[in-house]
Design a protein around this ligand. Structure first.
Ligand SMILES: *Cc1c(COP(=O)(O)O)cnc(C)c1O
Length: 366
């Protein structure tokens, strides 16, 4: 009997999350200099972090011997002003992955199920399985969420539905009107976790007011993050907006001091850095056009994306990925998402995008 066998079967059944390869790992493995490597693998902001966030973080360093504010008063106050929500409707997380996990821990147990889509974000099955609940994966339509099928897949034991909009890794988007109808038709005893990690990258014509839905749907949880457009992925801070009773339950399972003081300070300042958000949005629009037209030139099919990344089909993605790595270009293989013929690339700066496209052309020739 090995001690590992004592872990519940449902824990041993979880497939580990596969993060993008760190630059330092590739440098070691290939004997490359770190400055010769580009990483377009984790949907990070190619402009770096918000300058306002950076200043606030550096100012906060002097207080680092103290525990952070476990209630995140100042950040919650800023979020409350931004979204017109009560402070008791906000839950702060160590990244939004943390709030996704809290939703699962607060609402799912053994004998329950959660519904999510095929090719949807990997954290949903992890959060579901780690509390011993059953995951119901609903086949995608055109690589995206099929809301009709998801509604039909809801079982008597379903307590939670995860929806990523836009979705990662496919970049697909469900129109606000369809989501609103889905919420209208859903039994009110099923919680919907609407993960909007890429919300700020939506073009104006696609935007919808999900926050306003919270007044009508007490079974809705919206999650957002500072990891993407705000450029704070390494600090780990995200949040959920929900009905006060839902938020209170999530806060009960939250670890005390789950968001560090540097993260709290940086996020509060970054939230108001409109100039940085605008620049990041514009750079993404530009880079998306650059990469998509480059993929077209190479004759590669891509999935239209509303995020800061795009997924394209290359055939044997593992082989193409290896050839990219040898050239110092890190993108993301997504075989773990059931897409062994696709790769996902994050939109970078203009020179990074050009270098990626040139490396890809080489990789396809080889
Ligand atoms: C990147 C991402 C997140 C954010 O994760 P953090 O924990 O906030 O860094 C959440 N959901 C999706 C779909 C993502 O792609």
């Amino acid at each position: 009997m090995r001690i590992a066998d004592n872990a519940p079967e449902y824990i041993r059944a979880i497939s580990p999350y596969q993060p993008g390869k760190p630059i330092a790992d590739l440098a070691r493995e290939m004997g490359l200099a770190t400055q010769d490597i580009i990483k377009l693998a984790s949907n990070e902001n190619p402009l770096g972090m918000s300058p306002r966030g950076r200043r606030a973080m550096l100012d906060a360093v002097d207080e680092i011997a103290r525990y952070p504010d476990g209630n995140g008063f100042a950040l919650k106050a800023a979020l409350s002003r931004r979204h017109g929500m009560q402070v008791n409707q906000i839950v702060l997380g160590n990244g939004s992955n943390d709030v996704l996990d809290m939703a699962a821990r607060a609402f799912l147990a053994r004998g329950d199920s959660a519904v999510y889509a095929q090719h949807a974000f990997a954290v949903y099955p992890i959060a579901t399985l780690s509390v011993g609940a059953r995951g119901i994966e609903v086949p995608a339509r055109d690589y995206g969420h099929d809301l009709d099928a998801m509604r039909q897949a809801i079982a008597p034991d379903t307590r939670l539905v995860f929806i990523a909009n836009p979705n990662n890794p496919t970049g697909t988007f469900v129109a606000g009107a369809l989501l609103g109808r889905f919420l209208d038709e859903l039994p009110q005893d099923v919680l919907v976790v609407l993960d909007e990690a890429y919300n700020e990258y939506l073009e104006p014509s696609l935007r919808y007011d999900s926050v306003a839905w919270l007044a009508r749907f007490p079974n809705l949880v919206i999650t957002r993050t500072f990891s993407k457009i705000y450029g704070l992925a390494g600090l780990r801070v995200g949040y959920a907006l929900a009905h006060p009773e839902i938020a209170a339950l999530m806060n009960r399972v939250r670890q005390p001091f789950n968001v560090g003081s540097l993260a709290l300070a940086a996020a509060e300042a970054a939230l108001d850095d409109e100039e940085f958000v605008r620049q990041s949005y514009e750079l993404n629009r530009f880079g998306m056009r650059q990469i998509v037209s480059g993929l077209d030139v190479l004759g590669l099919e891509h999935i239209p994306s509303c995020g800061n990344f795009v997924t394209f089909r290359v055939g044997d993605a593992a082989v193409v990925n290896q050839r990219l790595l040898r050239q110092g270009v890190i993108v993301r293989p997504i075989a773990g998402y059931g897409m062994p013929e696709h790769l996902r690339v994050s939109i970078g700066q203009e020179d990074e995008n050009a270098r990626f496209l040139a490396a890809l052309e080489q990789a396809l020739k080889a």
